[in-house]
Design a protein around this ligand. Sequence first.
Ligand code: ADP
Ligand code: F6P
Length: 460
Amino acid sequence: MKRSPRLIVVANRLPLARFGAGSQARWQAGAGGLVTALLPVVRRTRGEWIGWSGAAGRAPRHEGREGVAMRPVSLSQREVASYYHGFCNRTLWPLFHDAIRPPEFKHENWGPYVDVNMRFARASVRCAKAGDMVWVHDYHLMLAPAMIRRLNPGLRVGFFLHIPFPPEELFEWLPWRRALLEGLLGADVVGFQTHLAAQNFSRLARRYTDAFGTDALLRFGGRKVVVREFPISIDFDWFDSRARGARAVREAAAIRSRIGPRRRILLAVDRLDYTKGIDHRLEAFNRLLERGDASVKNCVLIQVAAPSRESVREYEEIREKVDAMVGRINGEHSQPGRVAVHYFRRTLSREALVPYYLAADVMLVTPLRDGMNLVCKEYVASRPDLGGVLVLSEFAGAAAEMRQAMLVNPRDVSGTADAIRAAMSLPPAEARYRMGFLRQRVRRHDVHEWAESFLEELAP
Ligand code: ADP
Ligand code: F6P
Protein backbone atom coordinates (compact mmCIF):
# COMPACT_ATOMS: atom_id res chain seq x y z
CA MET A 1 0.00 0.00 0.00
CA LYS A 2 1.32 3.44 -0.91
CA ARG A 3 2.17 5.61 2.10
CA SER A 4 0.73 9.12 1.96
CA PRO A 5 3.37 11.87 2.18
CA ARG A 6 3.88 13.36 5.61
CA LEU A 7 4.60 16.97 6.42
CA ILE A 8 7.89 17.73 8.16
CA VAL A 9 7.92 21.26 9.55
CA VAL A 10 11.38 22.67 10.21
CA ALA A 11 11.46 25.86 12.27
CA ASN A 12 13.88 27.40 14.75
CA ARG A 13 11.53 26.93 17.68
CA LEU A 14 9.42 23.98 18.71
CA PRO A 15 5.74 24.93 19.03
CA LEU A 16 5.38 24.02 22.69
CA ALA A 17 7.55 24.99 25.60
CA ARG A 18 7.62 23.51 29.07
CA PHE A 19 6.52 25.89 31.80
CA GLY A 20 7.01 25.01 35.47
CA ALA A 21 8.60 21.91 36.99
CA GLY A 22 7.63 18.46 38.26
CA SER A 23 3.95 17.66 38.50
CA GLN A 24 3.14 21.36 37.93
CA ALA A 25 4.83 21.33 34.48
CA ARG A 26 2.65 22.28 31.53
CA TRP A 27 3.37 22.37 27.81
CA GLN A 28 2.09 25.57 26.29
CA ALA A 29 2.35 27.27 22.89
CA GLY A 30 4.65 30.29 22.94
CA ALA A 31 3.78 33.77 21.65
CA GLY A 32 4.62 34.43 18.00
CA GLY A 33 2.96 34.23 14.64
CA LEU A 34 4.78 31.18 13.35
CA VAL A 35 3.58 28.87 16.10
CA THR A 36 0.06 30.32 16.09
CA ALA A 37 -0.23 29.56 12.38
CA LEU A 38 1.49 26.21 12.09
CA LEU A 39 0.39 24.36 15.19
CA PRO A 40 -3.15 23.62 13.94
CA VAL A 41 -1.74 22.59 10.54
CA VAL A 42 0.74 20.10 11.98
CA ARG A 43 -1.91 18.69 14.30
CA ARG A 44 -4.28 18.19 11.40
CA THR A 45 -1.74 16.59 9.06
CA ARG A 46 -0.14 14.49 11.87
CA GLY A 47 3.19 15.81 10.75
CA GLU A 48 6.41 16.18 12.69
CA TRP A 49 8.07 19.35 13.89
CA ILE A 50 11.84 19.78 14.02
CA GLY A 51 12.96 22.70 16.19
CA TRP A 52 14.86 24.04 19.17
CA SER A 53 13.36 23.86 22.66
CA GLY A 54 14.39 27.40 23.60
CA ALA A 55 16.93 26.23 26.22
CA ALA A 56 20.68 25.73 25.71
CA GLY A 57 22.14 22.24 26.07
CA ARG A 58 21.42 18.70 24.94
CA ALA A 59 17.82 17.99 24.06
CA PRO A 60 15.92 14.69 24.22
CA ARG A 61 15.61 12.83 20.89
CA HIS A 62 11.86 12.93 20.70
CA GLU A 63 8.93 14.58 22.50
CA GLY A 64 5.27 13.93 21.79
CA ARG A 65 2.97 16.42 23.57
CA GLU A 66 -0.54 17.75 23.06
CA GLY A 67 -0.92 15.88 19.77
CA VAL A 68 2.34 17.13 18.23
CA ALA A 69 5.38 14.94 17.45
CA MET A 70 8.45 17.05 18.13
CA ARG A 71 12.10 16.34 17.32
CA PRO A 72 14.26 18.72 19.31
CA VAL A 73 17.52 20.09 17.86
CA SER A 74 20.17 21.01 20.45
CA LEU A 75 21.93 24.37 20.55
CA SER A 76 24.92 25.04 22.80
CA GLN A 77 25.08 28.17 24.96
CA ARG A 78 27.55 29.69 22.49
CA GLU A 79 25.27 28.94 19.55
CA VAL A 80 22.32 30.54 21.30
CA ALA A 81 24.45 33.68 21.65
CA SER A 82 26.00 33.72 18.16
CA TYR A 83 23.37 32.10 15.93
CA TYR A 84 20.08 33.06 17.64
CA HIS A 85 20.72 36.29 19.55
CA GLY A 86 23.49 37.34 17.18
CA PHE A 87 22.99 36.50 13.53
CA CYS A 88 19.21 35.95 13.64
CA ASN A 89 18.14 38.69 16.01
CA ARG A 90 20.82 41.38 15.67
CA THR A 91 21.57 41.02 11.93
CA LEU A 92 18.70 39.54 9.94
CA TRP A 93 15.75 40.68 12.10
CA PRO A 94 16.57 44.42 12.15
CA LEU A 95 17.80 44.46 8.53
CA PHE A 96 14.63 42.78 7.26
CA HIS A 97 12.51 45.26 9.26
CA ASP A 98 13.62 48.47 7.54
CA ALA A 99 16.77 48.62 9.72
CA ILE A 100 14.61 50.16 12.49
CA ARG A 101 17.61 49.38 14.69
CA PRO A 102 21.08 49.28 13.12
CA PRO A 103 21.92 45.67 12.17
CA GLU A 104 25.33 44.28 13.13
CA PHE A 105 27.56 42.43 10.68
CA LYS A 106 29.81 40.11 12.67
CA HIS A 107 31.73 37.50 10.73
CA GLU A 108 32.15 35.39 13.87
CA ASN A 109 28.36 34.81 13.92
CA TRP A 110 28.17 33.58 10.35
CA GLY A 111 29.97 30.25 11.03
CA PRO A 112 27.49 29.27 13.78
CA TYR A 113 24.58 30.25 11.50
CA VAL A 114 25.93 27.87 8.82
CA ASP A 115 26.56 25.09 11.38
CA VAL A 116 23.12 25.33 12.97
CA ASN A 117 21.43 25.36 9.55
CA MET A 118 23.35 22.19 8.69
CA ARG A 119 22.21 20.55 11.95
CA PHE A 120 18.59 21.32 11.11
CA ALA A 121 19.11 20.05 7.54
CA ARG A 122 20.57 16.75 8.80
CA ALA A 123 17.74 16.32 11.30
CA SER A 124 15.21 16.90 8.49
CA VAL A 125 16.80 14.35 6.22
CA ARG A 126 16.97 11.79 9.04
CA CYS A 127 13.28 12.26 9.73
CA ALA A 128 11.89 12.49 6.17
CA LYS A 129 11.09 9.41 4.10
CA ALA A 130 10.93 9.32 0.31
CA GLY A 131 7.95 11.33 -0.89
CA ASP A 132 7.56 13.41 2.30
CA MET A 133 7.36 17.17 2.06
CA VAL A 134 9.80 19.22 4.08
CA TRP A 135 8.66 22.73 4.89
CA VAL A 136 11.34 25.05 6.25
CA HIS A 137 10.35 28.28 8.02
CA ASP A 138 11.68 31.74 8.57
CA TYR A 139 14.89 33.74 8.59
CA HIS A 140 16.71 31.49 11.05
CA LEU A 141 16.97 28.75 8.44
CA MET A 142 17.60 30.41 5.10
CA LEU A 143 20.51 28.11 4.21
CA ALA A 144 18.71 24.90 5.14
CA PRO A 145 16.75 24.38 1.87
CA ALA A 146 19.92 24.04 -0.28
CA MET A 147 21.57 21.88 2.40
CA ILE A 148 18.58 19.52 2.55
CA ARG A 149 18.60 19.23 -1.24
CA ARG A 150 22.29 18.36 -1.27
CA LEU A 151 21.78 15.70 1.41
CA ASN A 152 18.70 14.19 -0.23
CA PRO A 153 17.87 15.49 -3.73
CA GLY A 154 14.73 13.35 -3.82
CA LEU A 155 12.76 15.39 -1.25
CA ARG A 156 10.33 18.18 -2.10
CA VAL A 157 11.45 21.22 -0.12
CA GLY A 158 9.42 24.35 0.58
CA PHE A 159 10.43 27.53 2.37
CA PHE A 160 8.22 30.22 3.86
CA LEU A 161 9.45 33.54 5.23
CA HIS A 162 7.27 34.92 8.04
CA ILE A 163 8.90 38.35 8.12
CA PRO A 164 9.27 41.00 5.38
CA PHE A 165 11.87 40.46 2.65
CA PRO A 166 13.71 43.76 2.27
CA PRO A 167 14.32 45.77 -0.88
CA GLU A 168 17.65 45.67 -2.65
CA GLU A 169 18.99 48.84 -0.97
CA LEU A 170 18.90 47.04 2.39
CA PHE A 171 19.56 43.41 1.47
CA GLU A 172 22.75 44.35 -0.36
CA TRP A 173 24.32 45.41 2.97
CA LEU A 174 24.71 41.73 3.88
CA PRO A 175 28.23 40.40 3.29
CA TRP A 176 26.62 36.94 2.96
CA ARG A 177 23.87 37.96 0.52
CA ARG A 178 24.75 35.47 -2.23
CA ALA A 179 24.98 32.48 0.12
CA LEU A 180 21.62 33.35 1.69
CA LEU A 181 19.90 33.71 -1.69
CA GLU A 182 21.39 30.42 -2.91
CA GLY A 183 20.27 28.77 0.30
CA LEU A 184 16.67 29.77 -0.42
CA LEU A 185 16.95 28.78 -4.08
CA GLY A 186 17.47 25.20 -2.86
CA ALA A 187 13.70 25.08 -2.25
CA ASP A 188 11.13 24.09 -4.89
CA VAL A 189 8.71 26.73 -3.61
CA VAL A 190 9.79 29.94 -1.85
CA GLY A 191 6.83 31.68 -0.21
CA PHE A 192 6.49 35.19 1.19
CA GLN A 193 3.81 37.15 3.02
CA THR A 194 3.32 39.77 0.30
CA HIS A 195 3.72 40.22 -3.44
CA LEU A 196 6.29 42.95 -2.84
CA ALA A 197 8.47 40.65 -0.74
CA ALA A 198 8.34 37.94 -3.43
CA GLN A 199 9.34 40.49 -6.07
CA ASN A 200 12.22 41.77 -3.94
CA PHE A 201 13.54 38.21 -3.63
CA SER A 202 13.32 37.37 -7.34
CA ARG A 203 15.05 40.59 -8.35
CA LEU A 204 17.85 40.01 -5.88
CA ALA A 205 18.23 36.36 -6.91
CA ARG A 206 18.63 37.41 -10.57
CA ARG A 207 21.08 40.10 -9.60
CA TYR A 208 23.37 38.22 -7.21
CA THR A 209 23.10 34.55 -8.28
CA ASP A 210 22.92 32.60 -11.56
CA ALA A 211 19.13 32.40 -11.30
CA PHE A 212 17.12 33.66 -14.25
CA GLY A 213 13.45 33.77 -15.22
CA THR A 214 10.38 35.74 -14.20
CA ASP A 215 9.45 37.08 -10.76
CA ALA A 216 7.09 34.13 -10.31
CA LEU A 217 9.26 31.32 -11.74
CA LEU A 218 13.02 31.27 -11.49
CA ARG A 219 15.40 28.70 -12.94
CA PHE A 220 18.42 27.80 -10.89
CA GLY A 221 20.83 24.84 -11.11
CA GLY A 222 18.70 23.21 -13.81
CA ARG A 223 15.55 23.30 -11.61
CA LYS A 224 12.42 25.42 -11.38
CA VAL A 225 11.83 27.52 -8.27
CA VAL A 226 8.32 28.87 -7.76
CA VAL A 227 8.26 32.26 -5.98
CA ARG A 228 4.93 33.52 -4.69
CA GLU A 229 3.09 35.29 -1.92
CA PHE A 230 1.00 33.19 0.49
CA PRO A 231 -0.46 35.61 3.07
CA ILE A 232 -0.53 33.70 6.34
CA SER A 233 -3.62 33.61 8.54
CA ILE A 234 -5.14 32.18 11.72
CA ASP A 235 -7.50 29.44 12.82
CA PHE A 236 -10.59 31.63 12.38
CA ASP A 237 -13.06 29.03 13.69
CA TRP A 238 -11.15 28.57 16.93
CA PHE A 239 -11.28 32.30 17.80
CA ASP A 240 -14.83 32.69 16.51
CA SER A 241 -16.26 29.81 18.51
CA ARG A 242 -14.25 30.66 21.60
CA ALA A 243 -15.60 34.23 21.47
CA ARG A 244 -19.18 32.92 21.14
CA GLY A 245 -18.76 30.76 24.25
CA ALA A 246 -20.47 31.73 27.51
CA ARG A 247 -17.17 31.84 29.36
CA ALA A 248 -15.49 34.38 27.05
CA VAL A 249 -18.65 36.53 27.04
CA ARG A 250 -18.76 36.46 30.85
CA GLU A 251 -15.06 37.28 31.16
CA ALA A 252 -15.31 40.12 28.65
CA ALA A 253 -18.22 41.59 30.64
CA ALA A 254 -16.14 41.33 33.81
CA ILE A 255 -13.25 43.21 32.16
CA ARG A 256 -15.64 45.93 31.01
CA SER A 257 -17.22 46.34 34.39
CA ARG A 258 -13.83 46.53 36.13
CA ILE A 259 -12.68 49.22 33.70
CA GLY A 260 -15.92 51.16 34.11
CA PRO A 261 -18.92 50.85 31.82
CA ARG A 262 -18.63 54.31 30.28
CA ARG A 263 -14.96 54.08 29.38
CA ARG A 264 -13.91 53.01 25.88
CA ILE A 265 -11.32 50.23 25.91
CA LEU A 266 -8.39 50.65 23.53
CA LEU A 267 -6.40 47.41 23.34
CA ALA A 268 -2.97 46.46 22.01
CA VAL A 269 -1.37 42.98 22.12
CA ASP A 270 2.19 42.43 20.91
CA ARG A 271 5.44 40.69 21.53
CA LEU A 272 7.60 43.28 23.27
CA ASP A 273 9.58 44.09 20.13
CA TYR A 274 10.81 47.44 18.78
CA THR A 275 9.24 46.66 15.39
CA LYS A 276 5.74 46.71 16.92
CA GLY A 277 5.67 50.48 17.40
CA ILE A 278 4.57 50.24 21.06
CA ASP A 279 6.45 53.44 21.92
CA HIS A 280 4.94 55.38 18.99
CA ARG A 281 1.48 54.11 19.95
CA LEU A 282 1.87 55.19 23.57
CA GLU A 283 2.97 58.60 22.35
CA ALA A 284 -0.13 58.81 20.13
CA PHE A 285 -2.35 57.93 23.11
CA ASN A 286 -0.56 60.53 25.21
CA ARG A 287 -1.12 63.11 22.45
CA LEU A 288 -4.82 62.29 22.46
CA LEU A 289 -5.05 62.89 26.21
CA GLU A 290 -2.93 66.04 26.05
CA ARG A 291 -4.99 67.55 23.26
CA GLY A 292 -8.11 66.89 25.34
CA ASP A 293 -9.59 64.74 22.56
CA ALA A 294 -10.02 61.99 25.14
CA SER A 295 -9.63 61.66 28.89
CA VAL A 296 -9.28 58.90 31.45
CA LYS A 297 -12.97 59.44 32.16
CA ASN A 298 -13.96 58.15 28.74
CA CYS A 299 -11.15 55.80 27.77
CA VAL A 300 -8.34 53.50 28.84
CA LEU A 301 -5.49 51.84 26.98
CA ILE A 302 -4.76 48.19 27.82
CA GLN A 303 -1.36 47.17 26.49
CA VAL A 304 -0.47 43.47 26.74
CA ALA A 305 3.15 42.79 25.82
CA ALA A 306 4.78 39.37 25.82
CA PRO A 307 8.46 39.52 26.86
CA SER A 308 10.63 38.45 23.95
CA ARG A 309 14.36 37.92 23.20
CA GLU A 310 15.24 39.45 26.53
CA SER A 311 18.99 38.84 26.29
CA VAL A 312 19.25 41.06 23.21
CA ARG A 313 20.21 44.64 24.13
CA GLU A 314 17.69 46.36 21.84
CA TYR A 315 14.89 44.39 23.51
CA GLU A 316 16.05 45.37 26.96
CA GLU A 317 16.07 49.00 25.75
CA ILE A 318 12.55 48.90 24.34
CA ARG A 319 11.33 47.28 27.54
CA GLU A 320 12.86 50.05 29.62
CA LYS A 321 11.51 52.70 27.27
CA VAL A 322 7.97 51.31 27.41
CA ASP A 323 8.13 50.94 31.22
CA ALA A 324 9.18 54.59 31.49
CA MET A 325 6.56 55.85 29.05
CA VAL A 326 3.73 54.01 30.81
CA GLY A 327 4.95 55.47 34.10
CA ARG A 328 5.07 58.98 32.64
CA ILE A 329 1.61 58.80 31.01
CA ASN A 330 0.02 57.33 34.12
CA GLY A 331 1.83 59.87 36.31
CA GLU A 332 0.45 62.73 34.25
CA HIS A 333 -3.06 61.58 33.39
CA SER A 334 -4.37 58.95 35.85
CA GLN A 335 -6.99 59.85 38.43
CA PRO A 336 -8.14 57.97 41.55
CA GLY A 337 -9.67 54.72 40.31
CA ARG A 338 -8.94 55.62 36.69
CA VAL A 339 -5.56 54.53 35.38
CA ALA A 340 -4.70 55.78 31.87
CA VAL A 341 -2.66 52.77 30.71
CA HIS A 342 -3.03 49.23 32.04
CA TYR A 343 0.21 47.54 31.14
CA PHE A 344 0.56 43.74 31.39
CA ARG A 345 4.08 42.66 30.55
CA ARG A 346 3.41 38.94 30.27
CA THR A 347 2.39 36.16 27.92
CA LEU A 348 -1.27 35.25 28.17
CA SER A 349 -2.76 32.02 26.91
CA ARG A 350 -4.81 32.29 23.74
CA GLU A 351 -7.89 31.45 25.81
CA ALA A 352 -7.18 34.42 28.08
CA LEU A 353 -6.68 36.82 25.15
CA VAL A 354 -10.11 36.26 23.62
CA PRO A 355 -12.14 38.06 26.35
CA TYR A 356 -9.84 41.08 25.94
CA TYR A 357 -10.43 41.08 22.19
CA LEU A 358 -14.14 40.79 22.84
CA ALA A 359 -14.14 43.65 25.33
CA ALA A 360 -12.08 46.06 23.21
CA ASP A 361 -13.85 48.95 21.50
CA VAL A 362 -10.77 49.83 19.48
CA MET A 363 -7.89 47.49 18.64
CA LEU A 364 -4.56 49.19 17.96
CA VAL A 365 -2.22 47.18 15.74
CA THR A 366 0.42 49.68 14.71
CA PRO A 367 3.77 48.02 13.93
CA LEU A 368 6.47 50.08 12.19
CA ARG A 369 7.02 47.06 9.94
CA ASP A 370 5.55 43.56 10.17
CA GLY A 371 5.63 40.58 7.82
CA MET A 372 1.88 40.00 8.28
CA ASN A 373 0.65 40.48 11.90
CA LEU A 374 -1.80 37.93 13.20
CA VAL A 375 -3.13 39.89 16.16
CA CYS A 376 -5.37 41.96 13.87
CA LYS A 377 -6.80 38.77 12.36
CA GLU A 378 -7.35 37.26 15.82
CA TYR A 379 -9.22 40.41 16.83
CA VAL A 380 -11.70 40.33 13.96
CA ALA A 381 -12.17 36.56 14.33
CA SER A 382 -13.04 37.17 18.00
CA ARG A 383 -15.84 39.63 17.14
CA PRO A 384 -18.88 37.57 16.07
CA ASP A 385 -20.91 40.44 17.58
CA LEU A 386 -19.50 42.71 14.80
CA GLY A 387 -18.46 45.16 17.52
CA GLY A 388 -15.14 46.97 17.70
CA VAL A 389 -12.97 48.95 15.31
CA LEU A 390 -9.54 47.96 14.02
CA VAL A 391 -6.82 50.60 13.63
CA LEU A 392 -4.08 49.02 11.53
CA SER A 393 -0.63 50.10 10.39
CA GLU A 394 -0.11 50.49 6.65
CA PHE A 395 3.25 48.79 7.23
CA ALA A 396 1.86 45.45 8.38
CA GLY A 397 1.57 42.83 5.62
CA ALA A 398 -2.08 42.44 6.71
CA ALA A 399 -2.89 45.97 5.45
CA ALA A 400 -2.87 44.65 1.87
CA GLU A 401 -5.86 42.43 2.70
CA MET A 402 -7.62 44.40 5.43
CA ARG A 403 -8.51 47.59 3.61
CA GLN A 404 -11.67 48.12 5.71
CA ALA A 405 -9.59 48.73 8.82
CA MET A 406 -8.69 52.32 9.67
CA LEU A 407 -5.23 52.43 8.15
CA VAL A 408 -2.56 54.63 9.75
CA ASN A 409 1.09 55.52 9.35
CA PRO A 410 2.38 54.73 12.86
CA ARG A 411 5.36 57.06 12.49
CA ASP A 412 2.88 59.93 12.17
CA VAL A 413 2.01 60.28 15.85
CA SER A 414 -0.55 63.07 15.38
CA GLY A 415 -2.16 61.21 12.48
CA THR A 416 -2.40 58.08 14.64
CA ALA A 417 -3.98 60.09 17.47
CA ASP A 418 -6.53 61.44 14.95
CA ALA A 419 -7.29 57.91 13.74
CA ILE A 420 -7.83 56.67 17.31
CA ARG A 421 -10.21 59.54 17.97
CA ALA A 422 -12.08 58.81 14.74
CA ALA A 423 -12.23 55.09 15.62
CA MET A 424 -13.71 55.92 19.02
CA SER A 425 -16.48 57.93 17.43
CA LEU A 426 -17.16 55.83 14.33
CA PRO A 427 -20.95 55.50 13.80
CA PRO A 428 -21.95 51.98 14.96
CA ALA A 429 -23.47 51.10 11.58
CA GLU A 430 -20.23 51.87 9.78
CA ALA A 431 -18.19 49.99 12.37
CA ARG A 432 -20.37 46.91 11.95
CA TYR A 433 -20.14 47.13 8.18
CA ARG A 434 -16.34 47.31 8.27
CA MET A 435 -16.05 44.49 10.80
CA GLY A 436 -18.37 42.29 8.72
CA PHE A 437 -16.11 42.72 5.69
CA LEU A 438 -12.93 42.04 7.65
CA ARG A 439 -14.35 38.91 9.23
CA GLN A 440 -15.49 37.55 5.89
CA ARG A 441 -12.00 37.98 4.50
CA VAL A 442 -10.25 36.21 7.41
CA ARG A 443 -12.89 33.47 7.53
CA ARG A 444 -12.35 32.69 3.82
CA HIS A 445 -8.59 32.93 4.00
CA ASP A 446 -7.81 31.10 7.19
CA VAL A 447 -4.64 29.28 8.15
CA HIS A 448 -5.85 25.98 6.71
CA GLU A 449 -6.39 27.58 3.32
CA TRP A 450 -2.91 29.15 3.60
CA ALA A 451 -1.23 25.82 4.33
CA GLU A 452 -3.24 23.98 1.69
CA SER A 453 -2.32 26.48 -1.01
CA PHE A 454 1.37 26.26 -0.12
CA LEU A 455 1.37 22.46 0.07
CA GLU A 456 -0.57 22.17 -3.20
CA GLU A 457 2.14 24.21 -4.89
CA LEU A 458 4.82 22.05 -3.25
CA ALA A 459 3.23 18.69 -4.02
CA PRO A 460 5.10 16.81 -6.79
P1 ADP B 1 5.08 38.01 15.64
O1 ADP B 1 5.13 36.77 14.82
O2 ADP B 1 6.07 39.04 15.23
O3 ADP B 1 5.15 37.75 17.09
P2 ADP B 1 2.20 38.21 15.03
O4 ADP B 1 1.23 39.30 15.26
O5 ADP B 1 2.15 37.65 13.66
O6 ADP B 1 3.64 38.73 15.42
O7 ADP B 1 1.89 37.01 16.02
C1 ADP B 1 1.87 37.20 17.39
C2 ADP B 1 1.21 36.01 18.05
O8 ADP B 1 1.62 35.99 19.40
C3 ADP B 1 -0.29 36.08 18.04
O9 ADP B 1 -0.83 34.78 17.92
C4 ADP B 1 -0.62 36.68 19.40
O10 ADP B 1 -1.87 36.28 19.94
C5 ADP B 1 0.49 36.15 20.24
N1 ADP B 1 0.80 37.12 21.30
C6 ADP B 1 1.24 38.36 21.15
N2 ADP B 1 1.35 38.98 22.35
C7 ADP B 1 0.94 38.11 23.26
C8 ADP B 1 0.81 38.14 24.67
N3 ADP B 1 1.13 39.19 25.41
N4 ADP B 1 0.36 37.03 25.26
C9 ADP B 1 0.05 35.95 24.52
N5 ADP B 1 0.14 35.86 23.21
C10 ADP B 1 0.59 36.92 22.57
O1 F6P C 1 8.03 35.45 12.43
C1 F6P C 1 8.41 36.11 13.55
C2 F6P C 1 9.12 35.27 14.61
O2 F6P C 1 10.50 35.33 14.53
C3 F6P C 1 8.71 33.82 14.56
O3 F6P C 1 9.66 33.01 13.92
C4 F6P C 1 8.51 33.49 15.99
O4 F6P C 1 7.36 32.72 16.14
C5 F6P C 1 8.25 34.80 16.69
O5 F6P C 1 8.75 35.78 15.86
C6 F6P C 1 8.80 34.84 18.09
O6 F6P C 1 10.20 34.94 18.09
P1 F6P C 1 11.21 34.04 18.92
O7 F6P C 1 11.09 32.64 18.44
O8 F6P C 1 12.54 34.64 18.62
O9 F6P C 1 10.80 34.16 20.35
